[in-house]
Design a protein around this ligand. Structure first.
Ligand SMILES: Cc1cc2nc3c(=O)[nH]c(=O)nc-3n(C[C@H](O)[C@H](O)[C@H](O)COP(=O)(O)OP(=O)(O)OC[C@H]3O[C@@H](n4cnc5c(N)ncnc54)[C@H](O)[C@@H]3O)c2cc1C
Length: 93
C-alpha cells in the first residue's frame, strides 16, 4: 500500500491513510499487537505527505515489530525494490 501510495497525495488521501492505520490498530485481530500499534501510532504517527515518507515510516514501524519478534532489521533503502520494482539483482522474495 505504501509502495503504491501517491507521490503527492491529496489532503483527503492523507487523512484516509491516517484513518486506515487508526482503524487497523483497532481491528487487527492479534490483540496485544493492536494495542502495541496504538501506542506506536501515538509516539510516531503515520507520515502521509508523500509515498517516500509513508514507505519509510512504515518500514521503521515494521522494523520495530521485527525487533520485538526477534526478526532481522530490514534495510529501509530497499523498500521500493521489495514492494514495488523487484530486487535489483533479479531475485525473488
Ligand atoms: C502491527 C503489528 C504488530 C505485530 N506484533 C507482533 C507481535 O507482537 N508478536 C508476533 O509474534 N507477531 C506480531 N506481528 C506479526 C509479525 O509482524 C509478522 O507479520 C508475522 O510474524 C508473520 O511473518 P511474515 O514472515 O509472514 O511477515 P513479515 O515478517 O512481516 O515479513 C514479510 C516480508 O516483509 C519484508 N519486510 C520485513 N521487514 C520489513 C520492513 N521493515 N519494511 C518493509 N518490508 C519488510 C520482508 O521482505 C519479508 O519477507 C505483528 C504484526 C503487525 C502488523
Amino acid at each position: 500500500m505504501a509502495a503504491k501510495y501517491p507521490n503527492s497525495p491529496t489532503v483527503t488521501q492523507q487523512s484516509d491513510m491516517q484513518r486506515f492505520f487508526s482503524l487497523f490498530s483497532k481491528f487487527y485481530p492479534c490483540e496485544h499487537c493492536a494495542e502495541d500499534l496504538r501506542e506506536e501510532l501515538k509516539i510516531d504517527p503515520p507520515k502521509t505527505d508523500s509515498r517516500e515518507a509513508l514507505s519509510q515510516w512504515l518500514c521503521r514501524l515494521h522494523n520495530k515489530v521485527n525487533i520485538k519478534v526477534g526478526k532481522g532489521i530490514f534495510d529501509c533503502s530497499k523498500v521500493n525494490e521489495r514492494w514495488r520494482d523487484g530486487w535489483a539483482d533479479g531475485s525473488c522474495d
